[in-house]
Design a protein around this ligand. Structure first.
Ligand code: C2E
Ligand code: CA
Ligand code: CA
Ligand code: CA
Length: 279
């Protein structure tokens, strides 16, 4: 029994070893990608469901590896958070997104909102508010057109602390959306205390939504109602079909984002796409 126990430990160790090596390699490559400007942003438009107008976009991080391969954020955000590298990356994302917003405003797209994903490690960083202030001051963005997306699970982790940071963010005139909403378990009273501006219904519930209803649909409906009761705007992510968009509009959802309207695009592509709609 002892021998087999030892054997399984050896096996386990070797497995762990490769996983750790893989992570170390990924982190080393990510650091080098940051240094060599191989990270860039794509922007996915957000649409007002009532009139079809484009109200803004969400900035989404991309990593182009030396090999030319595009590495999706799901593969490196976690390690960037774990290593703390997300603080520098996040600061770069914030500034870059603000610059883009200002460029679009100057190109005549007035009122265009820019949403930026912020992770817990950034939010918890003692200098986060300073960083945010710096990005606003240096880019000249109208803070009312900047929105931070924090996930519901993150907001649940350290309620008191997060509530405090949100208050400071809002004091700068920046708005806050709760991302992946419906996947956590925030209570009504907690949501009220959070003082956010928008709920973003998680893609999973939109995917499960049928024109006829179903569990995904009823959760979407519940979130929309909740938003209305609290006076919050509601946006749906991952909208892929006209049926979903129609149903969401019927249910009173304000905005939507998803492949139905547009895929995430590079900034030059976005500007051309927006100009095409205007003409
Ligand atoms: P998220 O914030 O929930 O972003 C939405 C994701 O859904 C994006 O994936 C987007 O490309 C994808 N998506 C949009 N519309 C559709 C659709 O109609 N159908 C489907 N199937 N997918 C759709 P992406 O760009 O791969 O990002 C994945 C996650 O990585 C994001 O999820 C976010 O949590 C994280 N992330 C991305 N950029 C950043 C960043 O700058 N900072 C941080 N902290 N996290 C980021
Ligand atoms: Ca998001
Ligand atoms: Ca989301
Ligand atoms: Ca999501």
């Amino acid at each position: 029994a002892k021998a087999s126990g030892l054997g399984s430990y050896c096996f386990y160790d070797r497995e762990m070893g490769t996983e750790v090596q893989e992570r170390v390699r990924l982190l080393r490559n990510l650091r080098s990608a940051v240094q060599h400007d191989r990270l860039f942003l794509c922007f996915q438009p957000q649409v007002n469901l009532a009139d079809g107008r484009i109200v803004g976009a969400e900035a989404l991080l991309r990593w182009k590896a030396e090999s030319g391969e595009l590495i999706p954020p799901d593969r490196f955000i976690a390690i960037a958070e774990y290593s703390g590298l997300i603080v520098d990356i996040g600061q770069w994302v914030l500034r870059n997104a603000c610059h883009r917003q200002v460029a679009l405003a100057e190109a005549g797209f007035a009122g265009f909102r820019m949403a930026v994903n912020v992770s817990l490690a950034q939010f918890r960083h003692p200098r986060f508010i300073q960083t945010l202030q710096g990005a606003i001051a240096d880019t000249g963005i109208n803070p009312a057109l900047l929105e931070l997306e924090i996930t519901e699970s993150m907001a649940m982790l350290e309620p008191d602390y997060i509530t405090g940071v949100i208050r400071e963010v809002k004091a700068l005139g920046v708005s806050v959306a709760v991302d992946d909403f419906g996947t956590g378990f925030s209570s009504l009273s907690y949501l009220q205390q959070l003082d956010v501006d928008r709920l973003k219904i998680d893609r999973g519930f939109i995917r499960a939504m049928q024109a006829t209803g179903g569990t995904g649909g009823s959760i979407a409906q519940t979130v929309i109602q909740l938003g209305r009761n609290l006076g919050l705007s509601v946006i749906a992510e991952g909208v892929e079909t006209v049926a979903q968009a129609d149903a969401l509009h019927q249910l009173g959802c304000d905005e939507a984002q998803g492949f139905l309207f547009a895929r995430p695009m590079e900034s030059t592509e976005l500007a051309a796409w927006l100009a095409g709609l205007r003409d």
